[in-house]
Design a protein around this ligand. Structure first.
Ligand code: ADP
Ligand code: MG
Length: 466
């Protein structure tokens, strides 16, 4: 058990860092300093009142989670606000982890920990993502309207499944939650579930290991609306696709609603079974495009209203002219600006905006290449990049090579052919085989899986350095 403030805060930071994007981490958490730790309560110092409020509003859940994990139940948090020179006591109180027992449920619910049972399924929806704050534009009109229609009459429209696809940061996850939230508002009794494809896959692995596949299927069959985010991750996971196919058919047949999101059009989902792709085409496939200038302005406006701030028109225009492709980046710039101006006690004007936008544009242009992946993985295995391209069959080299191919497939949009060529002229079937081997190893070997996640984090940090 760690008992000095710095060690405890460092542990919390590790947890926080793994859950939020690097820019947010840098902006809001690096300036914090631990002050003391006493009676299970950690006191941290924040630069000013604005920081305190922002953290309380946006990151309180994350802080709670980290403190609970590091200190345990009955952990407490105090803030010291530097400028105001005062302690705000007990700003976060962590409740005891009580177990709730209710009537037993028909099926084992993979979302509920043993000992805690609930009848109504927790839909797992983020209440901040609604239609009210999902700005409409040409870029999203079809998907948004179809989503609206579905939430009024789930299963009752021709849009079943609704497949929403588009590049990262264009609003797929937001829209998926908005559909769920709106449907819940219209009918409190509907069983709705939002699940990421990653979580779904993990649950299946767990169910198979424990002989609980039947329970798993029964649980999913109770749903009226199933929302699965980022289905591209199902690719090449045979067992997962199998089970999902089963659930899809059953729900669809019963007139239940399916909403799926993907980072590319169904037809471009390599490694996805044909029978699934053909099912996806039964309903409506709608894409999200990059927003045009007016929509970007409207989105920023909406965001500012939510945060209760106002910015000069020329500042807004400058941001919207320069940050074009990605809404997450647009929001990132705004948040950075707010933080910068509060730290430096400076009005947000065009000058400071230019500095912040400049930094963002530099980070965005740092795209992941096969070469950068090779360097990262080779570095991790302590071998040279040339080994990855060689014919060597040494075990660690083979593993490093397969891992690099797997990451190249996942994080660049290069074709299998090009990837193979970059690894000493191998052909596309070698790349497919490598991806499959990595996947199989991850499913069976926990240590290997952790290595993959660590490396993956490093890659995505450089990819979405926002
Ligand atoms: P994706 O899942 O496609 O990567 P997200 O749904 O996570 O994208 O969206 C990224 C950010 O952009 C979120 O904070 C989201 O609220 C915001 N966003 C996306 N589209 C809109 C929109 N039309 N109006 C307002 N905010 C949006
Ligand atoms: Mg998403």
């Amino acid at each position: 058990m760690v008992n000095d403030g710095k060690a405890i805060w460092d542990k919390c930071l590790q947890i926080i860092k793994s859950e939020i994007n690097p820019q947010a981490y840098k902006t809001w958490f690096e300036p914090i300093e631990p002050v003391r730790y006493d009676k299970k309560t950690l006191t941290i110092q924040v630069p000013n009142n604005f920081f305190y409020e922002w953290i309380e509003e946006h990151y309180v859940h994350l802080m709670k989670k980290a403190l609970l994990e590091v200190i345990g139940s009955s952990a407490g948090l105090n803030y010291r606000i530097l400028k105001a020179k005062q302690d705000v006591s007990n700003a976060v109180k962590i409740e005891k982890n009580t177990q709730i027992e209710t009537e037993s449920e028909k099926f084992k619910n993979p979302f509920v920990f043993p000992g805690i049972k609930k009848l109504k399924i927790d839909p797992n929806l983020n209440a901040n993502y609604t239609f009210e704050n999902y700005v409409e534009g040409d870029c999203n009109r079809l998907a948004r309207n179809a989503g609206m229609a579905i939430s009024k009459r789930p299963g009752g429209t021709a849009f079943n499944p609704l497949v929403i696809y588009g590049d990262v940061g264009l609003g797929k996850t937001h829209l998926a939650h908005a559909i769920g939230n709106e449907a819940l508002k219209n009918n409190k009794n509907k069983q709705i579930l939002y699940v990421s494809s990653e979580k779904f896959t993990n649950q299946i692995v767990h169910a198979i290991k424990n002989g609980e596949v039947e329970d798993f299927l029964n649980f999913y069959h109770q749903l009226d609306i199933l929302i699965v985010d980022d289905i591209q991750f199902f690719a090449n996971k045979t067992k997962t696709m199998d089970i999902f196919f089963h659930i899809f058919n059953q729900l669809h047949q019963d007139g239940k609603q399916l909403v799926l999101t993907s980072d590319r059009a169904p037809k471009d989902l390599e490694g996805m079974e044909e029978r699934l792709i053909s099912r996806f085409k039964w309903g409506l496939t709608a894409d999200l495009q990059s927003p045009d200038f007016e929509t970007r302005m409207a989105i920023l406006d909406n965001k500012m209203n939510k945060e209760g701030i106002e910015l000069p028109e020329n500042v807004l225009e400058f941001i919207c002219y320069n940050i074009k492709s990605n809404i997450r980046e647009l929001e990132g710039v705004l948040v950075s600006l707010i933080a910068q101006s509060s730290l430096n006690n400076r009005e947000i004007d065009l000058e400071i905006t230019k500095e912040v936008v400049q930094k963002f544009v530099e980070q965005i242009s740092k795209e992941v290449t096969i070469n950068s992946i090779q360097e990262l993985v080779a570095g991790h295995f302590n071998i040279g990049v040339d080994h990855l391209q060689s014919k060597s069959r040494k075990r660690n080299i083979v593993t490093a090579r397969q891992l690099s191919m797997y990451f190249a497939k996942k994080h660049t949009n290069k074709s299998l052919k090009t990837i193979g060529e970059t690894f000493g002229g191998r052909d596309h079937s070698t790349v497919i085989y490598s991806c499959k081997t990595v996947q199989d190893l991850m499913d069976t070997d926990k240590v290997f899986k952790d290595t993959v996640s660590d490396l993956e984090k490093k890659i995505t940090m450089s990819l979405h350095a926002i």
